[in-house]
Write a protein that binds this ligand. Structure first.
Ligand SMILES: NC(=O)c1ccc[n+]([C@@H]2O[C@H](COP(=O)([O-])OP(=O)(O)OC[C@H]3O[C@@H](n4cnc5c(N)ncnc54)[C@H](O)[C@@H]3O)[C@@H](O)[C@H]2O)c1
Length: 387
């Protein structure tokens, strides 16, 4: 039985994230399965309204996916009384304005990260949410990945003993666009258009570190533009003004008060010699684990080999074979869809979503401080944000 239907104005659905992860992998499958089940056994159905600048594209998209409603007028969609939720996956630089208008119109909002280009804007958004009382959700997709779900479970079970450190390796080679087309949009490499590795990824790393380990207290970063010239979607050469790699070190405090050192390399100018496009290794006194997007392997203290450094001999241990795979023990659906479902339940219940605009503001803060740390060549404290 369907209790009610939520109308969701989806802005930016012609883009990579908006189309693939949010429309095709989340909202359409939720519609297809008859909505989201609520705790009382009833269901809430979703009805997307596609919003985009290009009429031909958006009409075509609506037709292709059997979506009845679409518009090129974002303001009208926001003002539409029948719309319950405004979703934004448009380019970052346009986001704060859209979210502000939507919350002022009394809409619940769900949005891609980062929520804003500056910390002040991100805090203003979080304050506006408090004032308006709407439910706001910000994509924290990495925490819903099977690999990280397993890693978090190991933390909860006390597998690691005292956690000492985390090392993350993220990235792959993004083609310059001259001989082979780039696999990411060109605005990502222009600072003036809201691009940049630090802005893009430190907001993810903040919630990953918070979600797995604890609060981030300091940041030390070196951000670089390794590839200064790229070619855009039209094959036109442009200057890559944004950083395409960020090397960060973060001091963390766990909820129990223990210090943990995390370091994460993020780069669009690295060739992958890993099992997955992102990997995190956590080392603790009683065990270690390495988690990727999907897989997670672990090694206990009792199973830890005892290598001895001897450069004169070939390696004697099959190190990679000495780890045991951590099972999922459950069917883990697409992470974007799982978070959408959780958010929609929160909307119906009229309660805040756990990954909200304040958490997102901390992500924007970490990116801003990361860039500042690099520019000034020093370690910076991460002050607590209060609304
Ligand atoms: N959660 C994640 O893992 C993740 C990954 C990548 C990107 N993102 C975020 O998603 C958002 C969209 O990124 P994307 O990679 O899908 O980008 P994209 O360039 O593929 O899509 C951008 C969308 O914005 C629209 N748009 C509106 N006005 C525009 C303008 N003036 N210029 C260009 N595009 C305009 C485009 O039509 C398109 O629908 C960004 O904020 C980005 O930070 C999140």
């Amino acid at each position: 039985m369907t209790a009610r239907t939520l109308r969701i104005a989806m802005n930016g659905v012609t883009g990579r994230m908006g189309y693939r992860q949010h429309l095709v992998r989340s909202i359409l499958p939720i519609r297809e399965q008859g909505g989201v089940e609520l705790p009382d056994g009833t269901r809430v159905q979703v009805e997307p309204v596609l919003v985009g600048r290009n009429e031909d594209k958006i009409r075509e998209l609506a037709k292709k996916h059997d979506v009845e409603h679409w518009t090129t007028d974002l303001d009208a969609a926001i003002a539409d009384d029948s719309v319950d939720v405004v979703f934004d996956a448009s380019m970052t630089s346009l986001r704060a304005e859209t979210l502000t208008k939507a919350m002022r119109a009394g809409k619940h909002i769900y949005t891609e990260k980062p929520t804003a280009e500056t910390l002040q804007e991100a805090i203003d958004l979080a304050r506006l949410r408090e004032e308006t009382g709407v439910t706001a959700g910000v994509v924290h997709d990495k925490l819903y990945l099977p690999g990280l779900v397993k890693l978090r479970r190991l933390v909860d079970e006390g597998f690691f003993g005292r956690i000492l450190s985390l090392r993350g390796e993220f990235g792959y080679w993004v083609f310059e666009g001259d001989t082979q087309a780039a696999q990411r949009p060109s605005w990502n490499y222009r600072k003036e258009d809201g691009g940049g590795m630090t802005t893009d990824m430190f907001c993810h790393w903040n919630y990953v570190l918070e979600g797995i380990l604890g609060q981030v207290r300091t940041v030390t970063a070196t951000t670089v533009t390794h590839i200064p010239t790229r070619w855009d979607e039209a094959g036109k050469q442009y200057e890559a003004t944004a950083d395409d790699a960020a090397y960060g070190i973060f001091d963390i405090t766990t909820p129990g008060g223990d210090p943990v050192v995390a370091q994460i390399n993020s780069s669009w100018a690295v060739r992958v010699y890993r099992d997955e496009l992102v990997e995190f290794q956590v080392d603790g006194t009683h065990g270690s684990a390495v988690a990727g997007l999907r897989k997670c392997v672990a090694q206990q203290r009792a199973h830890t080999p005892k290598p001895v450094w001897n450069p004169d001999l070939p390696v004697t241990e099959p190190f990679r074979e000495q780890w045991l795979e951590v099972p999922a023990n459950a069917d883990l659906d697409n992470g974007f869809k799982l978070q959408w479902e959780e958010f929609l339940r929160d909307v119906v219940a009229g309660r805040p979503h756990r990954f909200d605009l304040l958490s997102a503001a901390r992500g924007v803060q970490l990116a801003e401080l990361g860039l500042q740390s690099s520019a000034e060549g020093r370690r910076l404290a991460v002050p607590e944000i209060t609304l």
